[in-house]
Design a protein around this ligand. Structure first.
Ligand SMILES: Nc1ncnc2c1ncn2[C@@H]1O[C@H](COP(=O)(O)OP(=O)(O)OP(=O)(O)O)[C@@H](O)[C@H]1O
Length: 573
């Protein structure tokens, strides 16, 4: 395939999508494919073949990637599914056999009743790569530690990401929820820094001191989850090498720990990292890795000042290009930048291009250079802004973000009957670990109260709770003390509760990206999971619209006589 390459320099100040993703920096260089029909990487079905075995240890270049000659175009609108069969073709194994009546057609999958004991949801082996951790070049000490933790095979996205990150590329990792993106970036980092790294580099790297990796996450809960993951791999003797810098926790204690423990990795929320950095207590100029987990959220308007500081300070090369000419964030730095999310809008691709060295997009079974992806121009001013194209970008971001193992349904209920419908839904599906989402904080308590009154153990989680209460609630829910967690958007991103077998939307998510992240709290790592949206009759069209945007079947249903009854599509369209 021939690429026509042009350079476009552009001042980018404006938001690039309806979700207010902003692009920092004032000079963006990107190349465009000559084919105008290419809508973008999510929709266009890029099929970069699995190229990892083609890299024979040398530095990864576009030529070595062989992507230009090996990329194929799929049909417009069809997406490439990775790491598992299509939803329609899979065999399912969830709790209930759907009831079929005259106006009802059976669900495609065969649902089955559970044993009356606490379920252990089976992990789908198709999600795992054929390669082993050793074959991906991880150091023996690290592989041993992974084995000790019961991690014996990499997932597809880990298999794709580990060698590319090890070759020092700036990357964007996009893979569906629960596919193992956290280890996809942690493992190559821990191969390079800390006590488990490659032995041949040990002597040289021993001399390094200070923070070598900064990982940023949008919520305290996700930050702490990442910290636990790093601690697990480092083991009890070295867990002090990772320091949490999340908001809500005691700042002076965090600062003391930085001084005393001399961590090599910090994980935190944007506000707290930037606060401690501004106070001169966090020195990250020599940092080699910057990870933005849930990057599309981190680059939203809400975080712009803190993220600006982080991008400006972390791993900054002393004496970089003058900010007068290029602006502070267009300056190339020595750090390796790793951007991660299940949903990657065009604004993130643009940002990654402007910050990175030959950045590549890694998906579970493909690796493509970002320069080869056509993205629409960002709106430069209010008058240029085309709301439909920016919302299109957000919707495009959601395609391919959902695990194939999920089943999606929706039913209608009046507002005052939603909790009762939720109760019937939980019983019909015999769900044991349920996350119910609402859009606001206030009504959460009321839903908990009503569920408890109906004999279902429930609890609420939201940002207004104190730090301690938040972690206690989450721990108790993970330990199975509560059957239902009623929560808001706070829990939609990154939260990993492997046992979660049902997600319910009690309020409609604001768009398909929000739907994807909420839905992704179930069906983790290829496990089976069900997502049910309970909406009012007048909102049914919104669900059907999201279904189209996400390219997944969200089937109309109801819960009667303790059964899930799936309706024929024609009856409701
Ligand atoms: N190779 C592996 N073997 C077994 N379990 C794994 C492996 N990799 C990751 N996991 C587990 O899979 C679960 C999901 O991983 P993770 O939270 O990294 O997913 P994710 O892709 O980041 O999801 P999200 O997009 O929702 O943040 C976690 O419980 C994690 O410990």
């Amino acid at each position: 395939m021939r690429l026509s390459i042009g350079q476009v320099h552009r001042n980018v100040l404006a938001l690039a999508s309806s979700r207010s993703c902003f692009v920092l920096g004032d000079r963006v260089s990107f190349r465009m494919l000559s084919q105008p029909r290419v809508a973008g990487f999510h929709q266009t079905a890029w099929r970069g073949s699995q190229i990892l075995e083609d890299n024979r240890g040398g530095p990864l270049t576009l030529a070595s990637l062989e992507v230009q000659s090996r990329v194929e175009y799929g049909k417009k609108g069809k997406m490439e599914r990775t790491g598992g069969p299509k939803p329609s073709s899979r065999a399912s194994s969830l709790y209930v056999k759907p009831k079929v009546s005259s106006n009802v057609k059976p669900a495609k999958s065969a649902l089955m009743k559970p044993a009356g004991i606490k379920k252990t949801l089976k992990v789908d082996e198709a999600l795992f790569s054929a390669k082993s951790f050793e074959e991906l070049g991880l150091p023996p000490l690290l592989v041993d530690q992974l084995n000790k933790e019961g991690l014996t095979a990499p997932t597809e996205v880990q298999s794709a990401a580990i060698p590319i990150i090890a070759q020092k590329h700036d990357v964007v990792i996009q893979s569906y929820t629960g596919s193992g993106k956290t280890l996809a970036y942690l493992l190559p980092i821990l191969s390079d820094i800390g006590p488990l790294k490659r032995t041949m580099e040990q002597d040289h790297s021993e001399k390094r001191s200070g923070i070598e990796a900064v990982i940023v996450a949008p919520s305290r809960e996700l930050g702490m989850q990442i910290v636990r993951e790093v601690e697990k791999i480092l083991g009890p003797n070295d867990k002090r090498l990772v320091q949490q810098l999340v908001g809500g926790a005691n700042r002076s204690r965090q600062e003391e720990a930085l001084k005393k423990n001399k961590p090599i990795i910090v994980v935190g929320t944007p506000g707290r990292i930037s606060e401690i950095s501004a106070a001169g207590k966090l020195h990250t100029h020599g940092c080699r890795f910057l990870v933005l987990d849930e990057v599309d959220q981190l680059l939203s308007f809400n975080y712009r000042e803190d993220m600006h500081r982080i991008l400006e300070h972390v791993g900054r090369r002393p004496g970089g290009t003058s900010r007068d000419i290029l602006g502070p964030l267009a300056r190339r730095s020595e750090r390796q930048t790793i951007l991660v999310s299940a949903t990657i809008p065009f604004s993130v691709i643009r940002a990654a291009r402007s910050w990175g060295h030959d950045p590549v997009l890694i998906r579970a079974k493909s690796v493509v250079p970002l320069d080869s992806i056509t993205v629409p121009r960002p709106a430069l001013s209010q008058s240029d802004a085309n709301p439909s194209s920016s919302s299109q970008s957000v919707n495009q971001a959601a395609v391919g973000s959902l695990p194939p193992s999920l089943e999606h349904y929706y039913c209608t209920a009046k507002a005052q009957h939603k909790v009762d419908t939720l109760r019937r839904c939980i019983h019909a599906l015999e769900a044991q670990t349920v996350i119910a989402f609402m859009n606001n904080t206030k009504p959460l308590k009321d839903v908990v109260f009503k569920l408890e009154a109906r004999g279902i153990k429930a609890t609420e989680l939201h940002g207004d709770l104190g730090k301690l209460a938040r972690s206690t609630v989450l721990k108790k829910f993970k330990d199975g003390e509560f059957r239902v967690l009623v929560t808001n958007e706070l829990s939609a991103r990154g939260l990993d509760v492997p046992e979660c077998d049902l997600v319910v939307n009690l309020d409609l998510p604001t768009d398909s990206t929000h739907y994807a992240h909420r839905a992704g709290r179930t069906g983790r790592l290829g496990r089976k999971g069900i997502v049910v949206t309970i909406c009012e009759e007048s909102e049914g069209f919104v669900v059907r619209k999201m279904r189209k945007q996400l390219d997944v079947a969200i089937k109309p249903c109801e819960f009667t006589e303790g059964e899930l009854v799936v309706h024929k599509e024609e009856d409701v369209e």
